[in-house]
Ligand binder design. Sequence first.
Ligand SMILES: Nc1nc2c(ncn2[C@@H]2O[C@H](COP(=O)(O)OP(=O)(O)OP(=O)(O)O)[C@@H](O)[C@H]2O)c(=O)[nH]1
Length: 711
Amino acid sequence: MQRWTQQLGAVSTSRVLACFRASTLLHHHHHHQQMRHHVTLTAPTPRQSRLRAIDAARAVGLAGRPTLRALSSNAAGAQDHSPKPTTHEPAAATLPPQAITPKDLDPARFDMAKYPPRLVRNFSIVAHIDHGKSTLADRLLEVTGTIERNKDNKQVLDKLQVERERGITVKAQSVSMFYKNKGETYLINLIDTPGHVDFSYEVSRSLYACQGCILLVDAAQGIQAQTVANFMLAFDSNLSIVPVLNKIDLLHADAARVTKQMQSVFGTEPEEALRISAKTNLGIDQVLPAIIDRVPPPSGNPDAPPKVLLFDSWYDDFRGVVCLIAVVDGSLKVGEKITSVHSGLSYEILELGVVSPERVSTTELHTGQVGYLITGMRSTSEARIGDTLHLFQKPVEALPGFKPVKPMVFAGVFPMEQAEFDDLRKAIEKLTLNDASVTVHRESSVALGSGFRLGFHGMLHMDVFQQRLEQEYDANVIVTSPSVPFRAEMRDGEIKTIESPAEFPDTSFVKQFQEPVVIGTLVFPEEHLGAMIDLCQRSRGEQVDLSYLDETRVMLKYRLPLCEIVTDFFDAVKGVTSGFGSFDYDEPTFVPSKLVKLDIALNDVNCDALSVILHDSKAQEHAKSICERLAETISRQMFEVAIQGRIHSKVIARATVKALRKNVTAKCYGGDVSRKKKLLDKQKEGKKKMKMIGSVELSKESFLSVISKAR
Ligand SMILES: Nc1nc2c(ncn2[C@@H]2O[C@H](COP(=O)(O)OP(=O)(O)OP(=O)(O)O)[C@@H](O)[C@H]2O)c(=O)[nH]1
């Protein structure tokens, strides 16, 4: 690292950090490593260049990039394998000489006692993807001297690859900035939030550490589905909202129209909205003063016993568990002993500090401040998000904490070849080390062998995980079509959760079934209204609201069954609106539903792996499509093969394999073209490996044609 630093010499801090970031990605294969904090440097390998492009079409409105996480790659941490000395020297002096620090790093700046709550502001930026959140964050970091000004106005920070390609921020981060306003220096903490509501759990926990937020809207595009969803989260958290119109440099920007939209949807006064261009720096100077004026300081009590919110955590190879904390009341000092309300376990504070943009250790953190904390915690499972920490033997009332989220989308993940099972297991273990929200169960399938059943918050969460698996661990995986959890209210009153068709109960004991539904928000040009309503109706949607944002844009709200949107709804929205529509949805709730289990039998033998749970009204069509697809891919055997779709034992669809014919290419399933191709190549290798269902031989390809995409 030293060598690189020297070579880079005068290059800006952020560029150096970007190099760290790039190298981080390449190292995942070998290290148990939190991706944000790995700084070992090596030259890029060809693997990086081989990594494939992502099918942008699958992520409707999900282009763009996040920023803050790259900033927290801790240059100092990699050098320093032991806990920092707990001296009272200024923080900067304790950093090793190789550490990357802003040129003007001023030790006095990090004397945290200088920032009482009235001089602290904690805020985040919420925006629809691509509206310029990362660019604005970069500008604010430059204005405050936290990073150097980047002459080309290009976004210099490298990112987790999947984040770059998908254009989403996955994990929350925070960065502290120091800003002079009217003769006083403020400590301003920008807390980054993931942009997508799939991660609303992370959005809300980060918002919890804030008192205000910037609601950033692209002045050309106007309000989009995610703007609405994120606004609701901020509104529910009682945050002061600073409306900001970005991209006013664009020729087709229409600030007046978008201000009107914001007034009608969010009730913000037109004169409240700042008009800026994060790209050209226009109006950037107004932003922090507006934050200082309009966002209230944190309201904690400096004299009360310390009460601390733990709102994020990650694992760092060198330092162990690093927690992001917001000090609600009182102060913390290095060397003190703290206790977790959740677990009752106590720890010594080994290191405290702020992220600005590297971790800078300080001896104290005071009321209202946001920073990091290192204790002797061994695993992130001890650092429970939403936990309250207090001084040892000085208990405080716990903060509300966060609801643990239940997984809402499940998918089977299998190695392409059984020999790769162990590698897959290790890769999944590593990834879940830093994303504890993914649930993992072993699963085995007749056709696909041993694998895992993983549970995710939502579709995007699943896609991101799958891509990280493939990109960072080079894992060749087969991902089955996503499914959602259902419930059965039994006659004896018990509520059973059904996470897979195998758990579908005997219907004679069931009073009613329930399925998860969401309220989806769709924003699109009005000429697509008819097609969009059609799409929603086909997806068993119920209209909740229809309103006009202005003369040309419609906002539609539909109650939609989650199982109808987990497969290709995003694609469909994109298709129907020629790419101009955006879609987002809120947390699912369970409602009564008429569910059935569809079995597929080959010459009278049920093939478990092909069973699905679905709505009664969809069973016929689905059964027919599966039977036909199987008939196309099952090669001729010595005898006729009868394929049947059955509910209980009633046959609702059938197809027959009669004559010998060439194996046709499997129907396309989700994913981008290169992934598909890779999969097809792999399948060719695996074709010889037939499975027996009763007396019928079934190839992996046949399974995939049905399992990889169920409808
Ligand atoms: N013309 C113009 N382009 C801008 C402006 N701000 C950002 N952009 C561009 O808009 C695109 C998206 O900006 P990002 O900052 O990456 O968007 P984002 O909201 O952070 O995206 P996510 O992190 O994925 O949510 C980039 O190509 C930026 O260069 C602006 O003020 N004017």
